[in-house]
Design a protein around this ligand. Structure first.
Ligand code: SAH
Length: 343
């Protein structure tokens, strides 16, 4: 094993300069990925946890420059699922072996705290043996607390970038990195299993910025870490910028597995969108979670965060058998389990 990889494995961190060296070429990839897989197998074996993703609204009051469902995109047909439709997704998911439901959406003012709590408590009541994950953006401490009391136990909120200047280039001036970070600390304090992460190859992002993300995650110590390549969306102000790199994303998954041996790390849909084998590559580099889509067929295409987002192949929850085959071919095994973080 090369020195830097060994050092990362032992210390779970490196200096900025060393991270730069590790990330800036493919020189370390084979030893880095092999070592990440060893760490993952030691803790999680060959288990791959599945999460049923319910994209329940594409209305959003925010205007993030990279995102296809930003409110200024007038060319997206908007939809929201009813409580019954969401519960139906859970029922179908449960039958298919899902024990975690992830409710993700834009920041949609229609879904008041009262409505979210009502939906969450109904899911909690009907599926007491399942985890309920929310991914609905920035809320107040009290709102997060209410959702938690209603039965939600995990929350995904990517910090997107830990660099203030870059954050302001990716978001309108109504949004602030400090707020986002505060949300993450609030969620932790309340007792959620917290997921964060960032996009790889976002416009204006440098390797130094990515290293800042790694250090921020070290400080936060999240239970889940989601990263995926930035992918262009033609109806955004960033339409002219190229998508990020699959290779660098996979390298970063391997680095994250070294830094956070116990974390739940998804091999993301964005990775699978940019490369036909993207998700397998992520799994082999230390990822241990996949999040197939449980949303009703009719709205899959409408939750278009980025161009060509895959939605009807093995990333569809209904194709669990197909997904299992692909995961097995990559050397792992899909399990029916709640899949809480090991500590
Ligand atoms: N409103 C929620 C969910 C956002 S969508 C929230 O604020 O957390 C989930 C994630 O998709 C985002 O956190 C972002 O990192 C990612 N995403 C959005 N647009 C993207 C794009 N163009 N390419 C790749 N990932 C994107």
């Amino acid at each position: 094993m090369t020195n830097l990889v060994e050092k990362l494995k032992t210390n779970r961190t490196l200096s900025h300069q060393e991270f730069y060296e590790l990330l800036s070429s493919d020189a370390f990839d084979s030893s880095l990925i092999k070592s990440a897989d060893e760490i993952r197998r030691k803790i999680y074996g060959d288990d791959v946890y599945i999460r049923g993703l319910i994209e329940f609204t594409n209305y959003c009051k925010n205007n993030c420059y990279y995102c296809g469902i930003r409110c200024a995109n007038a060319n997206t047909k908007r939809y929201r699922l009813s409580k019954d439709e969401i519960l139906d997704c859970c029922r179908e998911g449960y039958e298919l072996g899902f024990r975690t439901f992830v409710m993700q959406g834009g920041e949609d003012p229609y879904f008041t705290d009262e409505r979210i709590c009502d939906i969450v408590s109904s899911i909690r009541k009907e599926f007491p043996d399942c985890a309920i994950t929310l991914s609905i953006g920035e809320k107040s401490y009290d709102s997060y607390l209410d959702y938690f009391k209603a039965g939600a136990n995990r929350y995904l909120l990517r910090h997107e970038t830990a660099n203030d200047t870059l954050y302001n280039k990716l978001h309108p001036e109504t949004m602030h990195l400090e707020t986002r970070k505060q949300c993450l600390y609030d969620l932790k304090k309340i007792g959620y299993q917290v997921g964060s992460g960032f996009m790889v190859g976002a416009p204006f992002q440098t390797l130094d910025n990515i290293i800042e993300d790694l250090f921020f995650l070290s400080e936060l110590q999240p239970d889940m870490i989601g990263i995926g390549p930035y992918i262009t969306h033609k109806e955004t102000p960033f339409a002219i910028y190229q998508s990020g790199s699959v290779e660098l994303t996979v390298r970063l998954v391997a680095v994250l597995r070294h830094m956070f041996p116990y974390a739940l790390i998804p091999s993301t849909t964005a990775l699978g969108t940019l490369h036909p084998e993207g998700r397998e590559m992520g799994l082999r580099a230390g990822a241990n979670v996949v999040m197939p889509n449980l949303s009703p067929q009719k709205c899959r295409k409408l939750y278009d965060l980025y161009d060509n987002k895959i939605s009807t192949g093995e990333e569809a929850a209904q194709s669990r058998a197909l997904l299992e085959k692909r995961v097995e071919a990559a050397g792992y095994r899909v399990v029916t389990a709640i899949g809480n973080v090991k500590r």
